[in-house]
Design a protein around this ligand. Structure first.
Ligand SMILES: [Zn+2]
Ligand SMILES: [Zn+2]
Length: 331
């Protein structure tokens, strides 16, 4: 078993899901996700065990934080197997760490049984989300280091989006999407990470493929992207032109405008003050330093055609690629 005691501070990487943003050690990766923006759960694991769990819920009316924690700890006890040691719980402990947002009344706790963990719970005054997080401690870790890490992770959690943009990340792929778009699908596979979003008729898709050197061995970027996205390209009669993104070989993809019955739908939507997706715009690019192919696809109302460039601009395909770029997300 590797020595867990780390004398150096771990490199922290920012992750986001459903409006929750958290900085965690770079070796931790998403292990489980469920629910949605209203109520959900995410877990990040290291190579050996779950390390961080975050639960969020938006409940109307008064929420008693103490009873939320009571229930949480009761479930923890219930999950204990007979042969496991008894779980000892310490309530209302103090954890070190800086709170980025006002977490008035954040309550921290510690528990130790077969596994050990630190927890924190709070209700955000701004967005109303009830948050509960816990960091699990691997056996043999230095107590002070474990506390420091747990505190800095949990008290650094941002529980709602900032400036209207939501960070979505998995396995090193990050993208920022406007908060009014909801996640409608995801594919988390070894060679492909893909997120889909929707807002009424409008849709956004962001994808990253690995092993670009293999994918592009016998095919141009245009041939390859056309093959992968054949369904979408056909549907929108899309055409691609060569261009450049962040200094990489890229494609500008656009679809022809709508016709027939769609025109009537658009007319109706616009008459009722709603947006109607009829502009298909996408970009694909080959990031050599990370050996990956990135793709951002938007199908949006004419009012939102600038969004594809904003989303592409915020993608960090390789470290430092956005340095000096305007509108760069501050870290
Ligand atoms: Zn909040
Ligand atoms: Zn790049």
């Amino acid at each position: 078993m590797p020595n867990r005691k780390q004398s150096e501070e771990p490199t922290m990487v920012r992750h986001g899901w459903q409006g929750v943003t958290v900085a965690i050690p770079e070796e931790w990766n998403i292990g489980a996700i469920s629910g949605d923006n209203t109520a959900g759960y995410a877990r990040w694991d290291d190579d050996e065990m779950p390390r961080l769990e975050i639960k969020w819920a938006s409940e109307k009316g008064f929420v008693d934080l103490n009873s939320v924690i009571d229930k949480y700890l009761k479930d923890l006890q219930k999950g204990r197997k007979k042969k496991d040691p008894e779980i000892h719980i310490e309530r209302d402990i103090k954890l070190p760490g800086k709170s980025k947002r006002k977490k008035a009344g954040v309550k921290c706790f510690h528990w130790k049984g077969g596994v050990e963990g630190y927890g924190a719970a709070w209700i955000c005054k701004e967005c109303g989300r009830t948050m509960i997080a816990q960091v699990m401690v691997p056996p043999g870790q230095d107590e002070e280091e474990a506390r420091d890490l747990a505190g800095s992770i949990m008290l650094g959690i941002e529980d709602h989006p900032r400036d209207g943009w939501v960070l979505w990340s998995a396995y090193g792929m990050d993208c920022w999407i406007p908060e009014d778009f909801k996640l409608s699908g995801q594919r988390l596979m070894a060679g492909l990470i893909e997120f889909s979003f929707e807002k009424e008729t409008e849709t956004i898709k962001v994808a990253r493929w690995g092993m670009a050197n293999v994918a592009l061995k016998r095919k141009s970027l245009k041939e390859w992207t056309g093959g992968e996205m054949a369904k979408d390209f056909r549907k929108h009669a899309a055409d691609a032109e060569e261009s450049e993104v962040k200094g990489h070989e890229a494609l500008d993809i656009s679809g022809s405008n709508i016709a027939g019955v769609q025109l009537l739908h658009r007319f109706y939507f616009h008459c009722t003050g709603k947006l109607f997706a009829d502009h298909f715009l996408a970009k694909a690019w080959h990031c050599e330093p990370t050996n990956s192919i990135h793709y951002v696809e938007t199908y949006l109302d004419r009012e939102n055609v600038g969004l594809v460039d904003e989303i592409v601009g915020r993608v960090e395909c390789h470290p430092g690629c956005n340095d000096g770029a305007e509108g760069n997300e501050p870290s």
